[in-house]
Design a protein around this ligand. Structure first.
Ligand SMILES: *Cc1c(COP(=O)(O)O)cnc(C)c1O
Length: 463
């Protein structure tokens, strides 16, 4: 299977190449040339399997050119061994027809561990095979960075640099990035917001000489390998609610569109997902786009769900590419308009294609807090603010008898201030994580300046 760029101008790659490359050289994102399907019987057969076994069956057709079954099996076993729950992605019921998929039992307590831990293992196998070293540079609004550091720290052939917006991540998120002691971990606090961090990251990737010089690789949510690993829990959740014999809806707290796009892939593989509901906070560019057809940046307003504080949603480009019938030239033009004019209008045909699959909603700050309190009262479940955005929007989209699954994307203890403000309860970190509050922090403050960042990466990376 080959992977092609959403902008149509970069070479087609294997899974291994696409994974190590991240952003395509034409600025686009990699998507599979064709999406493999699982038969009705194969989907039925996933019911009741251990998570790792289901993951093997779902991911195998996408990676077979690069990894043997035994390699993938080993990588999955190591990736999920450190999770704090035997089911990995347990499903709990919130109310009639509404279920919560708990994706926060990994080592950094956010759903990003599901993919990052797998990517870490797969990178290690592939780099050792090729005898290569790479420099991973990532931009984070909080959770990606800690998940990446946790997945790559201490690996011989990798340096990992993480840019996070100074002063805009929670204490737990920051400490998860600044307290690891391994010499290959470099936490960088940038003077700017998440979009600045992401823009500088893209600039580094678009400087092809620099990219080759330091062996730059990306693990942001644009990395196809991450999307793929996230496809798995849509299958395990839906199957446990009766798929493929029954349809299921999903609501996904959304920022960069990686998680919900994995749901799209699951659907394209044959899982009977009826609707994918995009839940946004007050930074609602995606909700406005679905509603009006106009994708328009308006700057970022800091919220209590900071991992969704974006104005440009990178993976939405993949959804556009498919909605435009895989027309890379059309997508390249939209992205150009976005860069030069701050927005674009989706064609009628593409908008209709998007609306057949995706619905959307938003939650204000007050609604998010109220949902945390209401869900604690009605179901005894303490939600993080991101998950609360999802539950608020998911509740609005309940359509019995189709069950709704809302993704819980982080543990409440990662965002204790917002949870305490809403409920009066300060959620405790699981005991295995308490030590991050006693360890010294190691972080470099950096300006929002490309040349300075590139200099720092050159100096710090081990060769
Ligand atoms: C990253 C993140 C999101 C948004 O996920 P995307 O794949 O970027 O849409 C939502 N909630 C939490 C807790 C996250 O860390």
């Amino acid at each position: 299977m080959r992977y092609v760029s959403t902008r149509g101008q970069a070479p087609a790659l294997t899974f291994g190449q696409a994974m190590l490359t991240g952003l395509a050289r034409d600025g686009g994102l990699y998507v599979p040339e064709t999406i493999p399907t699982l038969s009705h019987d194969e989907i039925t057969g996933l019911a009741g399997l251990p998570y790792e076994e289901a993951a093997l069956r779902v991911m195998r057709p996408f990676v077979a050119e690069t990894f043997t079954d035994a390699e993938l099996e080993g990588a999955l076993a190591r990736a999920y061994a450190g999770f704090g729950h035997a089911a990995r992605a347990p499903l709990v019921q919130l109310g009639p027809g509404h279920h919560l998929l708990e994706l926060f039992h990994g080592p950094t307590l956010a759903f990003k561990d599901f993919a990052m831990q797998v990517i870490g293992q797969l990178f290690q196998i592939e780099l050792a095979r090729q005898g290569r070293r790479i420099t991973i540079v990532g931009a984070t609004s909080g959770d990606t960075g800690s998940a990446a550091i946790e997945a790559f720290r201490g690996l011989d052939n990798v340096d990992v640099f993480i840019l996070f917006p100074h002063g805009r991540v929670s204490d737990v998120q920051r400490r998860q990035m600044t307290t690891p002691i391994e010499a290959n971990v470099h936490a960088l606090a940038i003077d700017g917001d998440f979009d600045d961090a992401q823009a500088r990251l893209k600039d580094m990737f678009n400087d092809h000489a620099f990219r080759d010089e330091v062996g730059l690789a990306g693990v942001n949510s644009i990395n196809w390998g991450r999307v793929l690993a996230q496809v798995v829990y849509y299958f395990t959740a839906a199957v446990s609610l009766g798929a493929p014999h029954r349809q299921v809806d999903f609501t996904v707290p959304t920022g960069n569109f990686g998680d919900i796009f994995a749901g799209y892939i699951a659907r394209a593989m044959g899982l009977p997902i009826r609707r994918l509901v995009i839940a946004t906070n007050q930074n609602d560019i995606l909700h406005r786009c679905l509603a009006t057809g106009r994708y328009e940046t308006r700057g970022v307003t800091a919220s209590i769900s900071p991992s969704m504080d974006i104005q440009v949603s990178s993976n939405f480009e993949r959804a556009l590419y498919l909605a435009y019938g895989r027309d890379g030239a059309a997508v390249a033009q939209l992205m150009d308009e976005l860069k030069t004019g701050g927005g674009f209008t989706v064609s009628q045909g593409a908008l209709q294609a998007l609306r057949e699959i995706y619905a959307s909603g938003r939650a204000s700050e007050a609604e998010t807090g109220a949902t945390i309190a209401a869900t604690l009262a009605s179901a005894g479940e303490l939600l993080c603010p991101h998950s609360a955005v999802g539950v608020k929007v998911g509740t609005e989209h309940l359509a019995p008898p189709v069950p709704m699954v809302t993704l819980a994307t982080a543990h409440p203890a990662k965002f204790p201030d917002a949870v305490e403000a809403a409920t009066g309860i300060r959620p405790a970190l699981p005991p295995r994580m308490a030590e991050i509050f006693t360890r010294p922090e190691r972080v470099t403050r950096v300006p929002n300046d490309l040349a300075a960042l590139m200099r720092l990466v050159r100096e710090r990376r081990r060769t």
